[in-house]
Design a protein around this ligand. Structure first.
Ligand code: AMP
Ligand code: FES
Ligand code: ZN
Ligand code: ZN
Length: 301
């Protein structure tokens, strides 16, 4: 097959746009999607903390933002939290260090053991359950705090369109309507609340596309899956999205776009319950934030 834009041989077909792409035009296509996101949200001349897990999507995000950093005048720093998950965290940290060096970027690397005094393995052992929710809390808290203290305008995460789809479906499935309504393409910075905004530069891309981009650009990434992630229901919702995408053109994008329209019809409810944690001073809805409660709990064990 030939590329739909030129006469060179195609390396991939993207069903949702019904086009064949050669290597060069495929790379242009991916960068165009990231560009589209940055332009839509006016992300120019910003200082961005790029949260990376070492996995394919976040390393592709790092690469694309580096490619576009001059055009958009972005000041970017890779950021990795070593969560202390045996057989997973250390190899991913090595990849983050290696890729950052190749891209001539200096990463900020935090060890959860040093920062909070425990690891996610400790949390799993003490709580005798999957630590994913604890892990989500500490990742969100530490990332926001480091970004706030460092004066960053945004934190960028490597969520793709399929992650957003799976997250929305998972919240609907589990009845978490508030969480469903509060998930946006972008969240703005609220300095008064010590909250740094979040951007998702891969929002207009599917994982199959980030995978092809990683292969074509020979981007190193950590091919390991978190040992605690297996069997999480979000995986099922991802599979539904992938199946839909395979059978119906633009399935994921169409559903997400309709859900976003639906969200806009529901007036935003001000979160009057937000106050500042009595221990750390960061925002919370209880007297002591969840991060500080977890820290106290695990340091007692
Ligand atoms: P996950 O929750 O593992 O699907 O990861 C979602 C996003 O969170 C990734 O794309 C990264 O942007 C960020 N992230 C995940 N793990 C880490 C980590 N260990 N350190 C920093 N950011 C992370
Ligand atoms: Fe946090 Fe798996 S990455 S529990
Ligand atoms: Zn071409
Ligand atoms: Zn606190």
């Amino acid at each position: 097959m030939k590329c739909s834009m030129c006469n060179r041989p195609a390396i991939t077909f993207i069903r949702r746009v019904k086009k064949y792409f050669c290597e060069e035009h495929f790379l242009q296509f991916v960068l165009k999607q990231v560009r589209r996101y940055l332009e839509k949200h006016g992300i120019r001349r910003k200082k961005i903390l790029i949260a990376v897990s070492g996995g394919k999507d976040s390393m592709v995000m790092l690469h694309t933002l580096k490619m576009l950093s001059e055009d958009f005048k972005l000041d970017i720093t890779p950021f990795y939290i070593n969560l202390g998950i045996t057989g997973y965290s250390d190899p991913c940290e090595s990849v983050v260090r290696e890729v950052s060096e190749e891209l001539e970027l200096t990463p900020i690397i935090i060890s959860l053991r040093e920062y909070a005094g425990y690891t996610i393995d400790d949390a799993a052992r003490i709580e005798r359950k999957k630590p994913c929710s604890t892990c989500g809390t500490v990742k969100r808290y530490i990332t926001n705090r480091i970004a706030y203290e460092g004066g960053y305008d945004y934190v960028a995460t490597g969520h793709t369109m399929i992650d957003e789809f799976a997250f929305a479906l998972h919240n609907l499935y589990s009845g978490s309507i508030d969480t469903f309504l509060r998930s946006y393409e972008i969240t703005d910075t609220r300095k008064d609340l010590k909250l740094v905004g979040r951007i998702k530069p891969l929002y207009y891309l599917l994982e199959s596309e980030t995978l092809t981009y990683a292969i074509v650009n020979k981007i190193k990434y950590c091919n390991l899956e978190c040992p605690y992630a297996q069997g999480h229901p979000t995986q099922v919702h991802k599979e539904i999205g992938l199946m839909g995408e395979y059978r119906l053109q633009g399935y994921v994008q169409r559903i997400l776009s309709s859900l976003n329209k639906l969200k806009k019809m529901i007036p935003e409810r001000p979160d009057n319950n937000i106050r500042f944690c009595k221990i750390c001073g960061y925002p919370t809805v209880t007297d002591i934030c969840k991060y500080c409660r977890l820290k106290a709990k695990f340091s007692r064990e």
